[in-house]
Design a protein around this ligand. Structure first.
Ligand code: ZN
Length: 421
């Protein structure tokens, strides 16, 4: 028992020191001792171990503050790697991320209209070359997937677009690649990405990240940790009914969900319905040629009808943001996803609606802005959730993965067909 406690203390101290190496480009042993309040001997022992592991290295001398110049030690950026995957609705992308979150070896595949089995094969097509790349060792795979996800069990409970129901994706990938796999809802992964790597360092350890693209969802960070709720679906705001009378049918089976009025898909549909009018004039007369880009251009060119579509979508999203701000009293709200392309008119509609519909005391200090990470937010966030588990860096994870019947998992899972409600 005593031994276990000593071991735990040792790991805690090691993690404390590692955290500093991740936060600083380089640092001396003495400075680490000052920051951590550990003794110089303890710090020296830990650093010696980390050097032996190849995780950090001495890189030269720092400037002297009077006495001898201190030796600077730094993380070895390319000593370990992770893979991050973003299963976006029209494109699957995966990449390798080093310890400094630098992305390389990006592989993307179009993913439109694939069924459950094809979606899974596409992931293999991305992961096969990535896991065999020169970037070694790879320590784990983080996956950001749309839909309801049970991260603890590694199961995609329901991803309508991908045709996955109760799919044990983590086990399938762990079995194939013999690596730990961590699944996250894509909005939650994006929230992690934005919180850790976003441009301005967050002033508070709390953050709401709302992702408005093809679908809508949010990720909630509380005290620097992703809050997933009891069932893993915290922040799943896209299917909250927001139009109560004559709402449009939603892909979830309900009517009037937030996604039916505020998503990228919703605004494109509305723009297409204006075919023959101003927007279609720019896109030709075919409604199907009206895309998000067409709408964006129309707004930029001062097309009033196009602007109205975007502003109305912003107002609806604002209602959902106001609920989140009112419920959680989190000041820092970051917006991500394809809808952010509409910039100021959209953002202003959201801000105005939040100011009007939530308690002024709560919204007064809230800042709502567009995030700095664009297309790589989910990949970085999915990988980040693994990097933060320092124990993975030491290769002491042993996977116990059952090999049998995994190939048939998709078929079995389909039969169970869990639905959103
Ligand atoms: Zn819905």
């Amino acid at each position: 028992m005593q031994k276990a406690t000593r071991q735990q203390t040792k790991e805690q101290n090691r993690n404390l020191v590692l955290k500093i190496f991740f936060e600083r480009s380089s640092i001396s042993r003495a400075e680490i001792a000052r920051m951590t309040h550990l003794t110089r001997t303890t710090v020296s022992d830990i650093v010696a171990d980390l050097i032996e592991e190849g995780l950090v290295a001495e890189i030269g001398l720092g400037s002297s503050t009077g006495g001898k110049s201190p030796i600077l030690v730094s993380l070895v950026d390319n000593s370990r790697y992770f893979i991050g995957i973003d299963l976006a609705y029209n494109m699957f992308c995966g990449a390798i991320i080093n310890l400094r979150n630098q992305i390389s070896n990006m592989v993307c595949l179009p993913a439109d209209g694939m069924d459950g089995e094809k979606s899974l094969k596409a992931i293999f097509e991305i992961l096969d070359p990535l896991t065999r790349s020169d970037c070694q060792p790879i320590l784990g795979i983080g996956v950001g997937t749309p839909g309801l996800v049970n991260s603890r069990e590694g199961i995609v409970v329901n991803a309508v677009n991908l045709g996955w129901y109760d799919l044990p994706l983590a086990r399938i990938l762990e079995s194939r690649y013999r690596l730990p796999v961590f699944l996250l809802n894509d909005c939650q992964a994006a929230a992690m990405g934005e919180f850790i790597y976003g441009q301005s360092p967050p002033a508070s350890p709390n953050m709401i990240v709302v992702r408005a693209g093809h679908g809508i969802g949010s990720g909630i960070i509380i005290n620097g940790q992703l809050f997933q709720g009891d069932g893993g679906a915290a922040g799943e705001i896209g299917h909250v009914v927001i139009v109560h009378k004559d709402g449009l049918p939603c892909r979830c089976g309900n009517f009037g969900c937030l996604e039916t009025v505020a998503s990228a898909r919703a605004v494109v549909q509305q723009a297409q319905s204006l075919a023959g009018n101003s927007i279609a004039a720019q896109a030709g007369k075919d409604p199907h040629s009206v895309t998000l880009e067409t709408l964006e251009k129309a707004v930029e060119n001062g097309d009033e009808a196009a602007l109205q579509i975007v502003v109305q979508a912003g107002k609806y999203l604002g209602l959902a943001v106001a609920s989140l701000v009112g419920m959680l009293n989190i000041h820092n709200v970051v917006l991500m996803g394809e809808m952010t392309r509409f910039g100021n008119p959209w953002l202003k509609a959201i801000r105005d609606t939040v100011a009007k519909t939530a308690l002024s005391r709560l919204t007064r200090d809230a800042t709502i802005h567009i995030g700095s990470l664009r297309e790589n937010g989910v990949i970085l966030g999915a990988a980040a959730s693994m990097v933060s588990d320092y124990s993975l860096l030491f290769g002491n994870t042993h996977l116990i993965v059952e090999q049998s019947h995994l190939i048939n998992s998709v078929e079995r899972a389909r039969e169970q067909q869990l639905s959103l409600d």
